[in-house]
Design a protein around this ligand. Sequence first.
Ligand code: SF4
Ligand code: SF4
Length: 217
Amino acid sequence: MKAITGQKPFEEIAQLLGKCENVYIVGCGTCATMCHTGGKAEVLKMKEQLESTGKKVTGWMVIPTPCDTLTEDALKEDTEAIKAASCLLVMACAFGVQTVALYTDKAVYPALNTLFIGQEEAPGRFYEACLQCGNCVLGLTAGICPLVRCAKGLLNGPCGGSVGGKCEVSPETPCAWQLIIDRLKEQGQLEKLEKITPIRDWSTSLSGGPRRTTVKS
Ligand code: SF4
Ligand code: SF4
C-alpha cells in the first residue's frame, strides 16, 4: 500500500518557491520513486528545471522514507548544503513534506500532490484502495472495498445498473458489487449479503476533522 502522488505543474512549484533563490531538493526513495514523481531521476530533472529558471540548487538527497523519523538523521548528513538554502522543495507525499518540516526551520514546499492511498495494478498504474473511513467493512465484503470501488459507495449490495459485470457509472470499471458477490460465492459466504449494514457513522471518516489514535503497546 502506497501514498500515490502526482507532480504539481512546474508553474505552481515556481510560484510556491517565489523569492526563494537557493533551493535544497528532497526526494523519496519509496512511494514517490515508485510513482516516478520524486525518485532520483525526477529530483535531477527538477534540479535542471529550477536551474534553467535561475534558481540555485544548493544540494539534493533522496531519503529512503522521508515520512519516517529517520529523516532527521538523513537531513543532518547534508547540513552545509541545507544551511546554504533558503527553502526546501520536497518531492514526497504530504506525510514526507510534514516530516521534513518537523526537522528544519527553513521554509518547506511540496512539489507533489498526494492523491490517495493505493495499490499498483500494473507498472506505473495505481488504484485507490482505501479512503480511510475509520470503520472498515472488508470483513463483510470479501476484502473488496465498496466505498472506494463502487461508484455510488453502496454498502448493501448492487444498485442494479451493472451491465456485463461493469459499472453503470463508469463502463470501463468492474462493478464492485459484482466482484464482491463473485468472491463471496467462491468462498461459500453468500449469506454475508443478508446482513444489513446500518446507516454509516461518518464521524469516523476524514471529513470528521483531524483524526487521532493511540496504539496500545
Ligand atoms: S471500508 Fe473504509 S477502512 Fe475499509 S478499505 Fe474501505 S475505506 Fe478503507
Ligand atoms: S454498477 Fe456496481 S459499482 Fe457501479 S454504482 Fe452500481 S453497484 Fe456500484
